[in-house]
Write a protein that binds this ligand. Sequence first.
Ligand code: NAP
Length: 280
Amino acid sequence: MAKLLEGKIIAERIKEGLKKEIGGLPRKPVLASVMAGDNPGAEAYVRSQQKTSAALGVEYLFHKLDKDINEAKLIELIQGLNADKAVNGVILQLPLPAHIDYKNICRFVDPEKDVEGMHPANMGRLICGKAKVLPCTAAAVMELLKSIDVDLYGREVVVVGHSGIVGKPLALLLLDKLSTVTVCHIGTNVAGMLEEHIRAADILVVAVGKERFINGELIKDGAIVIDVGINRVDGKIVGDVEFETAEKRAAYITPVPGGVGPLTVTMLMRNLVEIAKQKK
Ligand code: NAP
């Protein structure tokens, strides 16, 4: 039976350290958060950011915009936050309304205030192995692996999902550790190859956003399973992996909730503190 990889517990330890670092800064770090329209997932993430900010001594400035906001107005707000010397970090809550192109908008956030590490300049630094801040969810997965002291060198790591916020940056971080990284996506599935890759994974990370997407019977004995997915089913939060069967085969598995999620918001705060320290 797998051991639980509880991000919640690791997050508490990291937050203790961050609280001390924040106490040593000349003033409270300020995180500006921009959300357009309504989305239950984004709202839950905002609540978690607000709670964590309050606990750590971070000032959280929330800008809630109408779902019909146009790109020009959104860019104007972002540029105002960039120019505001009191603001240390800017986060754009996803998803943005469908008529707004995140890939275009994220480049308007000042790279020095890009608390999510999503600006093309920061992505470029990541590719060069010179990142100042890491994309939060990818960093959260790496922290989970670090917590069990797993040697990533040469291990078969399979990442299912190739989004810009999770799969792609995570693949780069794992490559830096000389893991053998396979990134699967819809094309892998259509080609009928997904099962084969999952069966071969020493470490499996899933970020798809479909409940029970991964059949637990496919998990290799003794694998490490990190389930990034967040799905709402009958008022409950579940991941992408069929937990009950997967936990019988894996050595470690993340619970959902309580796995990756609490660490993602902690990584966001860690990025903010790094940015605030550089300013100091
Ligand atoms: P996304 O942008 O929608 O990406 C989903 C990925 O899954 C895409 O790469 C997609 O491939 C792939 N995919 C979809 N259907 C597939 C299939 N049938 N077979 C193989 N691959 C398939 O989502 P995301 O933003 O990365 O988020 C993924 C999940 O993680 C969501 O549940 C989200 O809520 C959760 N999440 C959790 C945290 C956390 O802190 N715990 C943070 C971020 C996201 P194509 O693009 O090729 O279709």
